[in-house]
Write a protein that binds this ligand. Structure first.
Ligand code: FAD
Length: 431
């Protein structure tokens, strides 16, 4: 199989257009619309500002590129999507203008695969068209990383599911048309056989948003977009079960793998943006008679950042290439997804911190985008599962390829190995 680090010239031109469009038309939105839900909330003023931009993207045939042809996407594949996303990641609004924003992108994939015709008509189509928002609600206040602790249950009563329990940090719940809720339907079974995903429409009686939390300290309390939800005898039709009963995690896998890769792709964009700022600053600021760029401490920061970004970017694109190759999230793919997921906050933390530090007081002020980037980094260490859990996945996958030594001494024991090597090549020493 061929190895290539180039895109075809036609797609290169597309990327150039996306880059210019993002810098000129999308990044300015970040400076005007700073509300926590602005890029996703159909009722926000930003939605109106984005409308003409979305139209241009649709006319260019670049809308919802994460989707295959049958769902109205371009079927470009994950590598090309990665190259696009690393440009869109420069702006909070980039993915929404291009119709590939989380969590809607993953929710659309679940509905496309498991929804009824009626659900597809009522929810999937407007979601794909970018007219409504959606929510994926799995985490509970007492349990996030360990689904085995989930207690939000649903039981069947005639033609309905009855949901009882609480959910936590359900992003965008307050302006979503529907929620995909992970519930325990088989409390006596292990959670991976006893959980299901159920669609709950907004305003369904029995579903109450207790409060909306925000990320970071800069948002008015209660004005965030992450819902703390309580279900009390909340009844939904039996058809609202997506996939088979007890198969919630199989259904969820449709969205989780892709979502994590897309976060990583966008993070490449953030890293490049931080690097751009760092380099411009280094070439602009003079201290003790020379530019910052002439100082070896600065060169150390720039070269370390460049090396980290290149390594991370290639790992992300390699993972994308693997998904294109396997067309599924198999074990090999899952290992790489977990690895880049674990790497993301670490790389961002190091590079963005260096960029901030090099800007001195400006770097920590509200007069560059750096402090906003910085505030977003910790969430990438927990959203879609904390780093530790992903590292365990990586380590287990790596170890699966190894076996214990059959002997008291390891297989690489120099003494034993040397005896064998001497038997093979020792006679050359004698001659
Ligand atoms: C911005 C943001 C948006 C989110 N959006 C959604 C959403 O839309 N829907 C949704 O359902 N959830 C959402 N979440 C929740 C997210 O999925 C959870 O935060 C995540 O799964 C971790 O769960 P937790 O917060 O309960 O942390 P906990 O499970 O309490 O973990 C806290 C810490 O404990 C440690 N830890 C946990 N497990 C292990 C382990 N196995 N080994 C070693 N250490 C461990 C880690 O240090 C970890 O960071 C969102 C979170 C954020 C920050």
């Amino acid at each position: 199989m061929a190895w290539s680090f180039e895109s075809d010239p036609e797609f290169e031109k597309t990327l150039e257009w996306i880059d210019e469009f993002t810098r000129e038309e999308i990044e300015p939105l970040d400076l005007v619309f700073r509300g926590p839900g602005d890029p996703w909330d159909p009722n926000s003023p930003a939605f109106k500002a984005m409308a003409p931009l979305k139209k241009i993207v649709k006319e260019k045939g670049l809308w919802a590129c994460h989707l295959e042809h049958e769902l109205g996407g371009q079927g470009y594949g994950q590598v090309n999507l990665g190259l696009m996303n690393e440009i869109l990641g420069r702006s909070r609004f980039g993915p929404s203008v291009f119709g590939c924003q989380a969590p809607d992108s993953g929710n659309a994939e679940i509905l496309a695969k498991f929804g009824t015709d009626d659900q597809k008509a009522r929810f999937l189509q407007p979601l794909l068209d970018g007219e409504i928002a959606s929510c994926y609600s799995m985490t509970e206040p007492q349990a996030g990383s360990d689904p085995g602790e989930f207690t939000c249950v649903a039981h069947r009563d005639g033609d309905e599911w009855v949901i009882n329990g609480e959910k936590w940090f359900a992003s965008h719940a307050r302006f979503s048309e529907f929620l995909l809720v992970m519930v325990v339907t088989g409390p006596d079974k292990p959670i991976h056989e006893g959980a299901s995903i159920i669609l709950v429409e907004k305003d369904t009686p029995g579903m109450e948003i207790l409060r909306n939390s925000a990320v970071g300290p800069y948002v008015e309390q209660g004005d965030g977009v992450h819902g703390y939800i309580r279900f009390t005898d909340c009844r939904v039709p039996i058809d609202n079960l997506l996939g088979d009963e007890g198969q919630g995690f199989v259904v969820a896998q449709t969205r989780l793998g892709g979502g994590r890769v897309h976060h990583a792709m966008r993070s490449v964009g953030k890293l490049k943006k931080a690097m751009d700022m760092m380099c411009e600053r280094a070439l602009s600021r003079t201290t003790k008679g020379e530019l910052l760029s002439a100082k070896q401490f600065t060169q150390d920061k720039i070269s370390d950042s460049y090396i980290m970004i290149q390594q991370y970017r290639l790992h992300v694109l390699y993972t994308a290439w693997l998904i294109d190759k396997h067309k599924e999230y198999n074990r090999e793919v899952r290992k790489e997804i977990a690895a880049i997921k674990a790497a993301t906050p670490k790389v961002l933390q190091e590079v963005v911190y260096r960029a901030m530090h090099l800007h001195g007081s400006w770097g920590v002020s509200d007069e560059t985008p750096l402090m906003y980037m910085w505030a977003d980094i910790p969430e990438l260490g927990v959203v879609d599962g904390p780093t530790e859990v992903h590292k365990v996945t990586v380590a287990r996958s790596v170890l699966r390829d190894y076996e214990p030594s059959p002997d008291l001494f390891p297989t690489y024991h120099t003494h034993t190995q040397r005896e064998k090597a001497m038997a093979k090549y020792g006679h050359f020493l004698e001659s």
